[in-house]
Write a protein that binds this ligand. Structure first.
Ligand code: CA
Length: 223
């Protein structure tokens, strides 16, 4: 899962970044509207957190432009402007939710998860063969057996499941699950794939995680 934070105050940005990274969510940051627009176009995000008072392009302009370009990523407005007018204007411009500063991070996280649920209402449980991944309760079962995953293992599995049947490269994994540069991380990813295999595949006959040598990994039901 990857979120774009659009916020000009670096203190707030780093507070948000820390919270999301701890929750296993990768983060991109923009401090200005134009930067946000270009980031939103190169990288698909699962949600955008948008401050309204930005230097240059205002948050509402960013939102309008995103929507007019066909971007339907869920947007949560995070702002100190708390008049009813402001809220209505934000929602009219295509925001999905609105949270007023100061806020508790736990509430923000809960609202983001709710937005993601709404966005993927049909897929709050992803099934790959007999593996069931509940994105809301973060529970994983295979053939009816509960599987305990750490938060990193869950994030990795969630990412692969959202790309079921597609090869995910180590670079993709490092960007979306670890949010750091690939070079330092190649081994770590392989180690985590091993952890996942031990829990998801080893006890079962059919293997869901497959290696594409030199490329990456695929999560798919065996054919
Ligand atoms: Ca601001």
């Amino acid at each position: 899962m990857r979120i774009l934070i659009v916020e000009d105050e670096s203190r707030v940005r780093s507070f948000l970044r820390r919270g999301f990274v701890e929750a296993g969510i990768a983060v991109d940051e923009a401090s200005e509207g134009d930067e946000a627009l270009s980031l939103a176009q190169v990288e698909p995000h699962d949600a955008i957190i948008l401050d309204l008072t930005l230097p240059g392009l205002d948050g509402l302009d960013v939102l309008r432009q995103l929507r007019s370009k066909g971007c339907d990523t869920p947007v949560l407005i995070l702002t100190a402007r708390d008049s009813v007018d402001d809220r209505v204007r934000g929602l009219n411009c295509g925001a999905d939710d609105y949270l007023v500063k100061p806020f508790a991070f736990a509430e923000l996280l809960a609202r983001i998860r709710a937005l993601l649920r709404r966005g993927t209402a049909m897929t709050s449980v992803i099934a790959v063969g007999d593996l069931q991944i509940d994105l809301v309760s973060r529970k994983v079962e295979r053939a009816g057996c509960c599987i305990d995953l750490t938060s990193k293992e869950f994030s990795l599995l969630e990412y692969m499941a959202r790309h079921e049947g597609e090869v995910v490269t180590r670079t993709m994994i490092s960007e979306h699950v670890w949010d750091i540069n690939f070079d330092t991380l190649s081994n770590v990813i392989d180690v985590y794939i091993r952890y996942l295999r031990r829990k998801i595949d080893d006890p079962f006959e059919e293997k869901l995680i497959q290696t594409r040598r030199g490329v990456g990994y695929v999560l798919q039901r065996p054919s």
